[in-house]
Structures are given as C-alpha cells and as structure tokens.
Write a protein that binds this ligand. Structure first.
Ligand code: DAH
Length: 341
C-alpha cells in the first residue's frame, strides 16, 4: 500500500510538470481525484481492509488526497498567471502600424458622378429634379412636342419603335417636359437626367444609348436672357471657371421658338485644340423658348406664361469633362477605365 501511495505521489508530480494548460490540468484532476480516479479508488479499497489496516492507511490516504488537491490547485494558479502573462505580451507586441492587404473598394460610375454634380449645381440654382419614363408614347416623345405624325422633323431622330403600338424608347429627355407641365403648375423650374435611345451605328462618338439632361423654366415674363444666364451659370460652375464666355447661334428644334445652339469658350485651350477643333468654341447647350403649341399640349396658357427649355448631351459633357475620347467605354465594364474616376 505504501508503495502504491508513493507511486501515485510521484506520478502526479511528473504529470503536473508536463501539464501546460488548464484543460490538461482538468484531465489530470479527473485521472487522480475523479469518481474513478487512482486516489479515489484507493480510498474505496479501505472498506475491505481490517480495522488495523484502516487505522494505519486511513490517515495516509487522507493526507495523499489533500496533498493532491493542494498540488493541483497550486498548479492551476500558476497556469492562470502564465496565461495572463502570455496574453499581455501578445498585446504588447501587437503592431498597430502593420499594413493590411488592401481591400478592393468600388466607387461610383462616371455617369453617376456627373449626374450628382449636375443635380447639385441646378439644385443650388433653385431647380427641382424630375424623372420620366424611358419607354414612352408617341404623344410625349413627339406629338406633344410639336412634332406631329409625318412631320419631317421626325427624321432628326433615328427612333427605336417597339412592339407596343405608338410606343418608342425615348429619343430624348424632352418627354419629361409635357409630363411635368401636366403635373405641376407654374412657376416651375427643374431638370431631368436619364438614358435616351437612338437607332445609331455605334462608333467612338455614337452609341444607341446615351444620357441627356433636360431642363426647363416656366413663369410669367421668362425671356431668352434667363436661358442664357442659366446656361452660363451652369457651365461656369461645372467646369470650375470664374468667367466663361458663351456664344449664341440660331438652331432649329420644333419644340422651341426661337431655338438656339449655345456654345461655350473652349475650357481646354486659349487658341484652338483638338477638342474645340481649332475654333475655341464648343457646342454644348441647345435650347430655346418653349413653343406655344408645347405649352398648350402641357395644359399651360401661352398667353399668360412663357418658358425656356434646354436639353444637352450629358454623355458628351462627361466626355468633355473627363477627357474621354470613346463613348463605348462607358458601358464597356472595363475595370481599367472605371478605376480612373
Ligand atoms: N431634345 C433635343 C435633342 O435631343 C435637345 C433639345 C434641344 C432639348 C432644345 C430642348 C431644347 O429642350 O429646347 O436633340
């Protein structure tokens, strides 16, 4: 029995020396002091012993049990301290300046960026932002805009007709004009940006789908001076110029009378470059005074109200603004292109 007690004592000591974490320590505790542990079993064997033996080994086994418990508890404390020290050291060695592998962050498409910029400028000028459908009826896209059926002006637009009778993919954002007039009473001022469609052969400067921005203002006493001022203020702000000359030429659009082509001084050169084709002027801003027939179609009395409208190529403006020379890049999905913005 004495031998057994000594063997258990030394076994426990060696095992504790090898125990480096709390989970292993718990296993060791179960092995020695658990229900079927070595020490527990030894103590259970007492009941089969003679009175003499009980007297002799009882206290020894009790002492063994107490010593084992003490050793295990002691070791547990040591382990807790060690673990805390390692955790602290790990924290101290944590390098907050270490560089992480860079995450790939997406960003807004150049179209979205310029639309947000344009909307912000016009909002700051007191305009609203309107919206309208891309799938449109003949009425809103043509007839109400003073382009009746069989009128030669329809030839200006290479239209995508659809299976639904008298419905087209809108050829311009001007469809928003009539819809807004029908819903809103003057005075009114606002813009609408969005996709437009034409049956074009695609090349570097033409696409079958492109973006436009339509704008209009209707009130009593609105004149061409208001149109020119709006065009100049907008272009100056967009191209970040303190001063920016504009030039006005006559232009024909059935929905305005008189109609104009508004050019701006080239923002890239002083004496002629490839963007302005050596002329120092860039054609950017078609517009005019809303035709009385159009006001009537929108339910507004042309005797009482006048208004101006404009509709510029937002795609073209984005190309000018960002120096993009191929329209096809916008929808190419090329990451190398998109990453530049
Ligand atoms: N809708 C015309 C186009 O796509 C652009 C335009 C010109 C719109 C003059 C206007 C305007 O509102 O007054 O070619």
């Amino acid at each position: 029995m004495i031998q057994k007690i000594n063997a258990i004592q030394s076994d426990l000591k060696t095992q504790l020396q090898q125990t480096k974490n709390q989970a292993d320590l718990e296993s060791a505790r179960v092995a020695f002091l658990g229900k079927k542990g070595f020490i527990t079993e030894l103590m259970q064997s007492l009941k089969d012993m003679s009175l003499e033996e009980k007297k002799e080994f009882g206290p020894k086994l009790q002492a063994l049990k107490q010593e084992a418990e003490a050793l295990i508890n002691q070791h547990k404390e040591t382990l807790i301290k060690q673990e805390a020290a390692t955790a602290q050291q790990r924290q101290q060695n944590f390098d907050v300046t270490a560089s992480l592998p860079s995450a790939h962050v997406g960003h807004l498409h150049p179209y979205t960026q310029i639309i947000e910029e344009i909307e912000t400028i016009f909002l700051s000028m007191g305009y609203e932002v309107w919206d309208g459908p891309e799938f449109e009826s003949d009425f809103y896209n043509f007839t109400a805009l003073n382009i009746p059926k069989d009128h030669p002006a329809r030839d200006m637009y290479d239209t995508f007709w659809t299976n639904k009778e008298n419905h087209v993919l809108r050829t311009h954002t001007s469809n928003v004009q009539i819809r807004t007039m029908q819903n809103t009473k003057p005075p009114l001022a606002g813009i609408a940006t969005g996709r437009t469609y034409r049956h074009e052969a695609v090349d570097a400067s033409h696409d079958f789908m492109f973006m436009q921005c339509e704008g209009m203002m209707i009130d009593k006493g609105v004149t061409v001076a208001h149109l020119f001022a709006a065009a100049q203020t907008f272009l100056k702000t967009l191209f970040n110029k303190k001063e920016l000359d504009i030039r006005i030429r006559p232009g024909f659009f059935p929905f305005v009378e008189p109609g104009f082509e508004i050019d701006m001084r080239c923002v890239f050169c002083k004496s002629g470059c490839s963007v302005c084709k050596k002329s120092t002027w860039i054609e950017v801003f078609p517009g005019g005074m809303i035709h009385p027939n159009v006001l009537k179609a929108g339910g507004i009395n042309p005797e009482e109200y006048t208004g101006f409208a404009f509709g510029f190529g937002l795609t073209r403006l984005a190309m000018l603004r960002y120096g993009i020379d191929d329209i096809r890049l916008f929808h190419s999905g090329k990451i190398k292109f998109l990453e530049q913005f």
